[in-house]
Each structure stands twice: as C-alpha cells, then as structure tokens.
Design a protein around this ligand. Sequence first.
Ligand SMILES: [Ca+2]
Ligand SMILES: [Ca+2]
Ligand SMILES: [Ca+2]
Length: 484
Amino acid sequence: MKKFKVLILLVVIMACGYVYWKVAIPSHRVKIQSELVMLGDLDYDNKWTDADCSIFEKLRNDPFSFGDDIAFKSDLNSNNLIDEEDYAILKAISGSPDTYSALSTARHFPNPRELYRYMRMDSYRLRPLYALSYPKSKDSVLTWLNNFKPSDGISYRQQLELEVFNEAVHFDNAYRKRLSGASPVEKDYAQLKLSRVQEFYNNGNFYELLLALIELVEDAETLTMRNQPDIVLRLLVFRDHIRGILKSSLYAEFEAGKNSWLDVLKQLAVFSKDDLGLEYDFTDMKSTRNFANFRNYIERTQWQYYKTTSRKADFIKLIDYAQNDRRYLRAVSRTSRRGQDSLVENHNLPMALLYRYALNEVKGNRKKAVGVLDETIRIPYSWIKQIPVNMLPHGIAFENFLLPGNKEDGLDKSRHWNVFGGICLYKSPQEAVDLAIRREFKDLKDGGFSKRAMHEFLRDMIANLNGMYHVMAIDIHLISPDGN
Ligand SMILES: [Ca+2]
Ligand SMILES: [Ca+2]
Ligand SMILES: [Ca+2]
C-alpha cells in the first residue's frame, strides 16, 4: 500500500513538472540562428586595425577574388556599394582608440552600433557593387573603362551604370587571370564578344552591355576545354550550324512552302555527320524507347539518388539566389515578344548562372548540380495542392518568374537544357545528341511536320545543345579563390 502511495505521488509530481514545463518555461518557437557581423573587420579578429585597411586595398585591386562575405563587410556605410566613403570610415576607426572618438571628429559618421549587424545566418546577403576608383583601368582590355564613371543618383539608368562598372571591373580581373592560359580558339571567341561589348558601349546600350559583360565574366571564370574530350567543343559547332539553318535561304524556302521538311532535315544530317559523326536517315527513324518521358533515357536510380540526396537547404539557397542575385535577375529578365528570339539567345546565360551556382553549392559534383536544378525547375507540389484544379494556370509563377524564356518557351527549354545536359554525364555527349534528335523528331512528327513544329524542333535542339555544352564545360575551379 505504501509503495502504491509513493507511485501515485511520483506520477503527480511528474504531471505537475510536465505542466510547469509546458506552460511556464518559455520556448523558442522559431529556430533561427543568427550571427553578429562586424562591418569593416575584414580579417575576422573582432578589431578594426591597419590589417583590415590593407585587406581593403587588396580588394580595391582584385575585388572578385574575395568572397561575398568580405565584400558585404566592406560596405561600412551600408549603401550597397563598396565606395570611397567605406574606406574613409575604416581608416578613421582603425586609427582611433575607439569608435566614439572617431565619431567625434566627423559630423556625419556611423554610430558604433551601426557597424554591427545582427543577421540570420541563412539570410541572403546581396553583394555590394564595386564603386571604388579602380587602379587597373588604365591598361584594361576594355579601353573605355578608364573614362567611364557611373553618374551619381538612384535612377534606373544610374543603377545600370553602377552595375556595368562593377561587371567591367569583374571582367577585367578575370580576363587578366585567364589570358595566358587561353587557347587560340578561346581568345578568338573572346575577341568576338569584346567587339560586341564595344559596340554596346558606343551606342550607350547599358542593359545589353551589362549582359554581354556578365557573359564574358562567366566565360573567363568558368568555361574551359581543359580535360574535355574534343566532342564538347563540337557540340557548339553543331549548335551554330543549326542557328545557321534558321537563318538560311533553305529554311526561308521551307517557310514559303517551296521546300519540304525533309530538305531541312537533310541539311541537319549533313552537319550532324560532319560535326559529330552521327548519321541519320529521317525517312526511316526508329524510336526504340518511350520518348515521352525524359528520364527513361537515364539510369533512373542514379538520377533519383542524386536528387534525393540533395539537401533541402541547397534548393532553398538556389531559389534565394534566383530571387535576389542582381546578375541573375538582369539576365533572366531579357525576354522578347513571341518569335523575336528565334536563335534561343535569351535563354542560355541565366541557365549557365543557375548551374554554376548549383555546382558551387554541391562542391563541384555535376550530377548533383543537375539533380538540384531539375528539382528546382519542377513546380513544387505543395503549391499545386493549394490551388483549386479549375484555377490552376498552365504555367505557375515559379517557372515563369525564376526561369528564363520568352513567351513561347515557358519552362520547356529550361528542362531541355538541364536534362540533356544531365544525359551527357550519365551516358555520353554522343548519346545525348542522338537521344535529343530522336526525341525532337518525334515532336516534329507529332506536329505533322508543320512550320511551327519545325521551328520548335530547331529551337529545342539549340537549347539541348547549349545545356550539353555548358554542363560539360563549366569548371568552377578554373580560377581559384586566391586569384591564381
Ligand atoms: Ca580586424
Ligand atoms: Ca558603401
Ligand atoms: Ca520538343
């Protein structure tokens, strides 16, 4: 009996303890990890010293060899620019016994508390734009850079000018690092693009100038034929030949009804044989697999493995990037009216940027990066579930706003880019091209070989080839972070 009483007592005590714990003890309902960011402390020793000033000077010369975290901490006046005032503030506080005495010497000066930011560790931090006087502009390959000063102000045009200057400095640095190791083909390609840049500058077309510079930066920092089989470069040759078909008189005559679809495809077969050694007889095409499903091409378990082992945090970071990064947002905003981008030029740069970012997140594992992209391109199921079926739009905001494309493209080209790029990794570039041609041919046939279906056939092939080339050729370690 005594034992029973003790047991009851114990239960009562435990119940009271539980109630007290539930009701009286405060709990952290939201799990947020934050950190204290000390602006200007560029060497992370929790002090402002001359060492921080000398890092700032290095950053002035070669800003993009420093990561986003250092760039963020260099914006001491928090105006989203790395500018001369930031340097002046850093100089003043590093030479003072304390920040309050630095404050007393200047009328407009940050309060000490303004130099500390308490921030969520997973918050997206926009990299401030470089707006210092750039010492290497005098002998830059961009001859106009020396005289180019973004005008003061906060209008759309002035913002574009700031971004152009930032990207020009970015390119100047990347170009210097890449030049000695570049092959003659790479140098020729760069020269071609550089003359376009000059043209945009002369015309004052700052938006196109910005995108052309971003493209050049991406080429210089990541694109290489090093350690690649010869076929990778030939994918690009084949793509340019398909673009040539779209501009040819042969194609114009097909559009005018004077040529048949077979004439166009015979020309394509000549190129596929010359460029890649792949032969086709389009009067006798056999499809051996279910071409309706992309992933039937791929070792499905492997593909699934890479997708399911990707962390949720990677998807969130990629979406954060796509929603916030200035360069990506500029690139993805280049859209045109229906039918105006017949060579599928608007589409490639944003896809290459997304892929590079995903690659960085998964430490250079290409299969993983393709998996993360593939998962992000799909419409999140939970979104669909929230929308009544009869209200469900054809294209949901996610793909239309975060992914590139024109009115006629939707998410279609992005999937092509990514999936056929993935097939290069899982199988081989040859097999990827072969599957792409057969897949698109089936679409063409289903479309009754109409003008519209032919146009789509060629455009899809361009997107597929762009993906294949970039998935293979982008190397995120080409220029190492320490700038060597
Ligand atoms: Ca320091
Ligand atoms: Ca600043
Ligand atoms: Ca298609």
